[in-house]
Ligand binder design. Structure first.
Ligand code: HEC
Ligand code: HEC
Length: 306
């Protein structure tokens, strides 16, 4: 285990000790990094991007990425590096865990969307603490992020159930847990008339996630067995970790494949095993040529797969 350079005061050391007695597996900085840079994909929102969609250098998790969903809200992913003035440097480990799982900051503000707290609410005690420890270990970056404006009510997901990480010996339960950490259904579930996720159609896709310059929308794909049931495991693995659909379509990079690429094959296979068990929902979602919409050369499709 790496040394923790967190300048931990007695209080956070005590928290760690308490956590260690209730945890069944290890809480480590490495596990935190594995999740943050992998399935939890924090940087997909918290690391700002250059105009060409590459990540801005030296700005790892420093915030500023903009979500303009006016009139509903205009938000910015916040600076979650340990900078004490513009980041979360003076938060304790426990305060970070509460923000992550329950959506409350130490100033008692409720964190707004699209931070996927409904999913992170189910993080195990070890994994939530590991993520907090990792965030304390990364370089502090000074980056002042503008305040968000929300014209819709913000809500906290409530107390976190906590508990241990499901054992890898139960691939479907473990896969369900990882699918939650990877917040697949926060993107892949369509919304109902009120704008809330329609959980009766979990995973059916069709959610308009990104407006393109030509007025079209990138919509999330149907990932229930009705749509992907006849894909091979290999084709699903390629879609999840390489961002290429079964038919060769290059997936719009909001699908966090560059992060999922860092997950182990065992973890991706557990997600696939779980996806095969969810209720099939018919929903035909058209794919758009987003590359052409950005004025790039016409889409060069990769080879199709079984
Ligand atoms: C889909 C985008 C998205 C993802 C993924 C995401 N966040 Fe966020 N996060 C946000 C936004 C947007 C805000 C700011 C919301 C607001 O202003 O109320 C935020 C706020 C936060 C805050 C509150 C910071 C503060 O100063 O108030 C913390 C802590 C945080 N995120 C940690 C994380 C961690 C850790 C992960 C990965 C495990 C993560 N987030 C993944 C979008 C995201
Ligand atoms: C931040 C939003 C987001 C998250 C989180 C996300 N996806 Fe996606 N995913 C998308 C979008 C958008 C597309 C469609 C992109 C396109 O059409 O170019 C997509 C496409 C896919 C496809 C391709 C399906 C097809 O028909 O081509 C698969 C499979 C998939 N996602 C699985 C997953 C799984 C499994 C997870 C969680 C481990 C996940 N996604 C998490 C946004 C997301």
């Amino acid at each position: 285990m790496k040394t923790l350079k967190i300048g931990a005061g007695a209080a956070s050391l005590l928290t760690l000790a308490l956590w260690a007695t209730t945890a069944s597996t290890e809480t480590t900085v490495e596990r935190g990094q594995y999740l943050v840079d992998g399935l939890a994909a924090c940087g997909n929102c918290h690391t700002p991007r250059n105009p060409d969609n590459t990540f801005a250098e030296g700005m790892y998790l420093a915030g500023g990425f903009e979500f303009n969903e006016e009139p509903a809200f205009h938000a910015y992913a916040r600076n979650i590096t340990p900078d004490t003035e513009t980041g979360i440097g003076d938060w304790t480990l426990e305060e970070i865990v509460i923000a992550l799982r329950e959506g409350h900051t130490p100033e008692d503000e409720t964190i707004g969307p699209p931070m996927p707290m409904a999913s992170y609410n189910l993080l195990s005690d070890d994994d939530a603490m590991s993520i907090a420890m990792y965030l304390k270990s990364i370089p502090a970056v000074r980056n002042e992020v503008p305040e968000a404006v929300y014209n819709i009510p913000k809500f906290s997901p409530g107390p976190a159930p906590g508990g241990p990480t499901p054992p890898t010996t139960d691939p479907v339960a473990y896969g369900q847990y990882l699918t939650t950490v990877a917040h697949c259904f926060e993107c892949h579930t369509p919304t109902d008339d009120t704008g809330a996720p329609d959980m009766a159609r979990m995973g059916a896709g069709g959610f308009a996630i990104q407006a393109l310059p030509n007025g079209e929308f990138v919509r999330t794909a149907n990932i229930t067995p009705a749509a992907i049931g006849d894909w091979s495991d290999e084709a699903l693995r390629r879609a999840i970790v390489d961002g290429v659909s079964q038919n060769g379509h290059i997936l719009f990079p909001i699908m966090p494949s560059t992060f999922f690429h860092n997950a182990t094959t065992e973890d991706i296979d557990a997600i696939i095993a779980y996806l095969r068990t969810i209720p099939p929902v018919e929903n035909d979602v058209p794919k758009v040529d987003w590359m052409a919409a950005f004025g790039m050369p016409p889409m060069q499709n990769a080879p199709a797969m079984e």
